[in-house]
Design a protein around this ligand. Structure first.
Ligand SMILES: [Zn+2]
Length: 148
């Protein structure tokens, strides 16, 4: 089945960088990156509320790649390179994983308003409201549409 075009993708990424930059400069961890075990713990803590009854995806640290993050729908697996071990990236891919069914039925865009709504709720819940506000500013600045 043909998937919908993904018209917000680039703008969603740009908005995300606003938050990732802020987390870097907050200095809680080097380059804003987390240890893999901490990211796995975040995924477990975050999944229940958004899973829609699906199991947590398999989580794989791919040390052979750089700047790589992906949710593989066919395998229900998230892969991150060590350079992408950022909580924002993990929450982004978990959001794809939790919306996989609708997405791959072709009823929504990969980075459409529904994706942004769920992702933003996750950021508020797991990284704190201040982080959510920063992301909201990035979304507004990049004219990203958010579902209610
Ligand atoms: Zn994405």
């Amino acid at each position: 089945m043909a998937r919908k075009r993904d018209s917000q993708r680039t703008r969603v990424y740009r908005a995300e960088w606003v938050l990732r930059d802020q987390l870097k400069t907050r200095g809680e961890s080097k380059d804003g990156l987390w240890e893999w075990d901490s990211l796995v713990a975040l995924a477990h803590a975050s999944w229940e509320d958004y899973s829609g009854g699906l199991d947590l995806p398999k989580l794989t640290l791919n040390t052979r790649r750089r700047n790589w993050s992906v949710y593989k729908h066919g395998f229900h697996e998230i892969e991150l390179a060590p350079t992408m071990c950022c909580p924002v990236v993990m929450l982004h891919e978990l959001t794809h994983a939790s919306m996989g069914t609708e997405l791959y039925r072709g009823s929504i865009q990969a980075h459409g308003p529904e994706f942004v709504r769920t992702f933003l709720d996750r950021i508020d819940a797991k990284l704190g409201f201040a982080a959510g506000q920063t992301y909201r500013r990035g979304l507004t600045a990049n004219r990203v549409r958010i579902a209610r």
